[in-house]
Design a protein around this ligand. Sequence first.
Ligand code: F6P
Length: 541
Amino acid sequence: MSSQQHSQAWKALQTHQHSLKNTHLRDLFAQNPQRFEQLSMQTCGILFDYSKNRLSAETLTLLQGLAQDSGLNDWRERLFNGAVVNNTEQRAALHVALRNRSDRPIQVDGHNVMPKVNQVLDKMRRFCHTVREGEWLGHTGKPIQSIVNIGIGGSDLGPKMVTEALDNYRHPRLHTYFDSNLDAAQLNHILSIVDPETTLFIVASKTFSTQETLTNARSARQWLLEHLQDDSAVSKHFVAVSTHTERVKAFGIDPENMFEFWDWVGGRYSLWSAIGLSVAVTIGMDNYLRLLSGAHAMDEHFRTAPLEQNMPVLLGLIGVWYTNFWQTRTQAILPYDYALKLLPFYLQQLEMESNGKRVTREGQAVEYNTCPVVWGTAGNNGQHAYYQLLHQGTQLIPADFIVAVHSQADKYGHQNPVLANALAQTRALMLGRNSEETRAALGDECDEAHLPHRLFPGNQPSNLLMYQTLTPDILGSLIALYEHKVFVQSVCWGINPFDQWGVELGKQMAAELLPALEGQADASHYDGSTQGLLAFIQSHR
Ligand code: F6P
């Protein structure tokens, strides 16, 4: 049993929540004309407005007390100093070293890792240059035009999200695709578009043992060889990103064409390592380094700013406030910047694989909620799908709105309507509309019998993150903001955010089921449902 919720800070927050329970957000604004000024901040080019939340200055003080009691200052120092913060795997979690653009040495096991981090960045730069300048030639002598990143989870979601988000920076000759799913439909679709003579596959896998990735990579190699009819073509069309040289060699990729990273980089934090190679080739190494610099700027802010002026700390604590004291179970991510349409998917892995845990670092069962379900889609689309529930449903759902002042791509003057919608939604969710206002708004059309259907309770909380326009630097800062938010929450919950044992059981059972599906193993010991499903599959082959 975990002690977190028996602490003074936790109890004080519970009592405080009772005192705020019946206060509407519109009252909080009415009581304090300075609310926005007091409950918003800026750093790294990002404005964070957290004024539309069910909280007061006292709430934040109490939450900071909880963070302090949980040892946040100490954990933050340990994270940046390369201590073993991932206790179940006995590893550091040093994604911050990968984007350390300063000269500050960062030690793992007594060794400064910065020289090898910078060596890999140099190798990436040389590779990006040759591909982008058309000097890297395919087997038949043609320059590369298509990049296909084969990977899954952290070896897919980050690079894919960033490549999409920064499409404005793409080299005009290069098109980049991402293959992750085991169902061959995804690979087939990509292979139907690209040309084997001008395609470069990046096989991205930390372990180089992931079933989905290796299966897809083998099929891609088979496709290439069917077209080019020469085994030596593989070296011109396949490179690898991994921590595991032997497995890369065994697959048939020359270690010369391998970009290394290290076990102290977690899968979902690996975008900043050579796993970002597909991004770097597509947008150019200088822009990729800007992404790292943006993340580094947020790291420095997180590392040095006092808790009460620390953006990731505030974002994390506000999440804890809802999850543990208002018992919310989901968190919406709503980007009003179409370039960030994949951000909710990226954050699903970052947040749910990190903090979807039920035991503390010491292995005791937690007695409180941990990570909420993270979900969302690009702004306006959601308005015409599920916002109904946000406005008039029965659940309290905190939402993060992420908004660009300028879209990257507004040739036709859409941006003011986009901004109007984003601001209107946060305002409507907060204010709602009572019966008096509804009668006034509807005038003669107001039908008293239908009035309840036209009311909006409001009081739905939201954060709003706004920046001028999505550049590599801003995107780097934004991603690092969420990474550190997740870390802050893990500290408050007393859990290890850097392991992911929860993905193992399904993998293991799939490996066991495969022989039964191939008719090479007896299935009679499986549960009734699995046996029934196997029988249906066999009878419909
Ligand atoms: O889903 C489990 C996981 O280990 C993720 O953490 C990781 O990002 C993904 O699988 C892919 O792993 P790899 O890069 O080793 O192929």
